[in-house]
Design a protein around this ligand. Sequence first.
Ligand SMILES: CC(=O)SCCNC(=O)CCNC(=O)[C@H](O)C(C)(C)COP(=O)(O)OP(=O)(O)OC[C@H]1O[C@@H](n2cnc3c(N)ncnc32)[C@H](O)[C@@H]1OP(=O)(O)O
Length: 209
Amino acid sequence: MKKIALFGYSSHAYVVADAIRLNGDELIGYYEKEKAHADPYGITYLGYEQDKDALTPLKANGISGFVGVGENNIRKKIMHFLKSQGVTCTPVIHPSAMVSGMATVGAGTLVAAGAKVNPLASVGAGVILNTGCIVEHECSIGDFAHIAPGAVLAGNVTVGEDAFIGANAVVKQGVSIGRNVVVGAGAVVLKDIPDNQTWVGNPAKEIRK
Ligand SMILES: CC(=O)SCCNC(=O)CCNC(=O)[C@H](O)C(C)(C)COP(=O)(O)OP(=O)(O)OC[C@H]1O[C@@H](n2cnc3c(N)ncnc32)[C@H](O)[C@@H]1OP(=O)(O)O
């Protein structure tokens, strides 16, 4: 049984907390700037990670962290901070998810309920593979990306660091999606997408602001 401390305690963190508990691991509490108003899991407030000595109990007892924040850039910032402080993040894989024994999943990554990761897929650190998404064979997912619920990445798709693939989007096999790209909900992506762009629709096209 692992002991895990959550960083963040709202919305996305609730999903992470559920997976931790269903795995039979121990959720020892949460870090947030302030004590949360809602406490659906009845867990201990451990303080604000930026405060002096707040992380000492984790480091002293070899307890792992998990950053339960949906925003890619905030999750990334907190994970980098924890690394600088010597706190290790663990992956969390929901018991109903399917991860091939021939796939790799990085530190601090959530594989949510019903998600599937097929052989030779490589999933980076701090990634969210959200509810029911499919990451097919040989896909490569960069650190801090988020594959939203129901999205399907066909074989050999590459997703860059910090990218967001919206709910129920479909990405054709072999397509390469750049860093920090946003793909809208329900999009069908048939072509490579350069870094920092937002694409929507079927077939997906860039929306410019
Ligand atoms: C567990 C969870 O909840 S995980 C989160 C899952 N959430 C999602 O998957 C949502 C993904 N987000 C989206 O699809 C958003 O609409 C975004 C990010 C693509 C665009 O958001 P914004 O930048 O705010 O764009 P905005 O809403 O202003 O729309 C701009 C234009 O694009 C269109 N558009 C926006 N999203 C989409 C979409 N998904 N598909 C088709 N067209 C879209 C709008 O209709 C609008 O068109 P118009 O200019 O002709 O009126």
